[in-house]
Design a protein around this ligand. Structure first.
Ligand SMILES: [Zn+2]
Length: 229
């Protein structure tokens, strides 16, 4: 499906013809590119794109740093650039299933739909918990995901690599080590050439990412059968 990308968030959703057409895969290319740029800049390696009726109106990456507040998550960075009116219409595409902080922000802002590329098993349960809350529960966005495949595996790999490289492994890898040991092993072994861009990494790690995609899919099935999602 074709998507137009706006040069200005202010025009998002209007009929002003200041737009460029991009395809559905290109939308995920934007998301993955933001995730990669976030990792390179010292962030958490997550990217997000907000689109209103097919018009991309905000792109952002996680802008955290080891000395920062830890609150500059990609999803919040993206919707913060939109008007209150626009944010209630957008679909938010994100490289990683939103954390509890972003879930709260998306719910509070009344973003109606979220599509994520990779599951974050640590935070999935938060959606169900908030959905049962009075008032706010009715505002929890409709979630679709994970995207799966090689790109989905890449979007799960990057924040783990970012955690290991930018935050000295300060994150929550215990669950991932148990559920998806191949993914964590690939992240621990990850190195890159100085000039290597993310599509090069995607190609170089292709077969490994395919294995990780299978591992993630099996974990998704196992947890789904246990009623986790
Ligand atoms: Zn978040």
């Amino acid at each position: 499906m074709a998507t137009r990308i706006w040069r200005s968030a202010a025009g998002c959703g209007s009929s002003t013809p200041r737009s460029t057409t991009i395809t559905e895969p290109e939308r995920w290319t934007l998301v993955a590119g933001q995730a990669w740029a976030s990792y390179l800049a010292g962030g958490r390696g997550v990217g997000a794109v907000a689109a209103d009726a097919g018009v991309v109106c905000a792109v952002a990456g996680n802008a955290d740093s080891p000395d920062g507040s830890g609150l500059r998550h990609a999803e919040i960075e993206a919707i913060s650039r939109l008007s209150r009116e626009t944010v209630r219409r957008v679909t938010l595409y994100t490289s990683l299933e939103p954390c509890v902080l972003c879930l709260g922000a998306l719910t509070f802002s009344r973003v109606p739909r979220v599509v994520f590329a990779a599951r974050d098993f640590s935070f999935s349960a938060g959606h169900r918990a908030l959905a049962g809350a009075p008032v706010l529960g009715a505002r929890v966005p409709a979630f679709t995901g994970p995207l799966g495949g090689r790109l989905g595996a890449f979007c799960r790999l990057v924040p783990i690599v970012a955690d290991l490289h930018n935050y000295h492994g300060s994150g929550r890898l215990g669950l991932e080590e148990r559920l998806t040991p191949g993914l964590v092993r690939l992240a621990r072994d990850f190195t890159r050439a100085a000039d290597e861009d993310w599509p090069d990494v995607l190609n170089r790690l292709g077969p490994d990412l395919d294995e990780v995609a299978n591992e993630l899919s099996h974990a998704e099935t196992r947890l789904s059968r246990l009623g986790f999602f």
